[in-house]
Ligand binder design. Sequence first.
Ligand code: SF4
Ligand code: SF4
Length: 88
Amino acid sequence: MTFACRLGCGACCIAPSITTPFLGMPNGKRAGERCVHLDAANLCVLFGRPERPRFCSDLRPEPSMCGTKDTEAMAILTWLEQATHPTT
Ligand code: SF4
Ligand code: SF4
């Protein structure tokens, strides 16, 4: 069964860092920084376009990442970011 993205959540466009440069973010994106392509409704304006970073198209919604609500997704992704990219 496919797990669908909770549209309007946006957690995976804010919490993770993106280490490669992409359109509008020449230095990539810091952890916790809101992507410039996330619109007011927390939807990606690059969705379906070739300029959308590979990081984003590779990221698939799944219960272990998205949780059951937006705040849970943000907490999980923030934890994952810290676990995989320690700053110290
Ligand atoms: S964290 Fe999951 S539910 Fe939230 S925007 Fe990303 S894919 Fe969608
Ligand atoms: S490019 Fe789109 S999918 Fe990727 S982080 Fe930005 S808003 Fe999210």
